[in-house]
Write a protein that binds this ligand. Structure first.
Ligand code: ADP
Length: 172
């Protein structure tokens, strides 16, 4: 598939990005957790948790929008990735749905720049290479028919994940 120049890669802390929305790899309670979820809540301050409490949770593969509170990002899109249970429990389709739902929610709110962490690849144990390929494939699919999104950034927390994104994008 041809490389879409609206897709960017970055290595570092997603909480520092001044984009329209950063995506949170949340759990279904939306009441905070470890990993990127904990980092986002710490950086956003208590207003984010207060807003999340009013959302009534989120199902796996779905996404919900909040303000960014004290983050440089204007909004947070909370999506719940699948827990990896060996691959026979619809994990791949559910992960693809997280990317699709997040991008559609962003578009519905007129947001034009969205940054994703590698959803499900931390505590939820999804194999990293497969997860990066799904992220890239689903985003390409979305961008093929979208004319409003300007930037989709895949943020890696480590060099290994960045290399997997590069491979999935055909950059290496
Ligand atoms: P999950 O429960 O969906 O697996 P985790 O937060 O445990 O979510 O991990 C998801 C990914 O986010 C992992 O690849 C992890 O290295 C990465 N990560 C953790 N903290 C940050 C951060 N501050 N910025 C960007 N990525 C992060």
């Amino acid at each position: 598939m041809a490389y879409d120049p609206r897709i960017e890669l970055m290595t570092g802390d997603i909480t520092e990005l001044a984009v329209d929305a950063i995506v949170n790899a949340a759990n279904s309670s939306l009441l905070g957790g470890g990993g990127v979820d904990g980092a986002i809540h710490r950086a956003a301050g208590p207003g984010l948790l207060a807003e999340c409490r009013r959302l009534g949770g989120c199902k796996t593969g779905e996404a919900k929008l909040t303000a960014g509170h004290r983050l440089p990002a204007r909004h947070v899109i909370h999506t719940v990735g699948p827990v990896w249970r060996g691959g026979g429990h619809n994990e791949e389709a559910l992960l693809a749905r997280c990317y699709r739902a997040s991008l559609e929610l962003a578009k519905a709110h007129g947001l034009r720049s969205v940054a994703f962490p590698a959803i499900s690849t931390g505590a939820y144990g999804f194999p990293r290479q497969r997860a990066c390929a799904i992220a890239v494939d689903e985003t390409h699919r979305f961008l093929q028919t979208d004319e409003t999104m300007e930037r989709v950034i895949f943020v890696s927390f480590d060099a290994e994940t960045d290399a997997l994104y590069r491979r999935a994008l055909g950059l290496d």
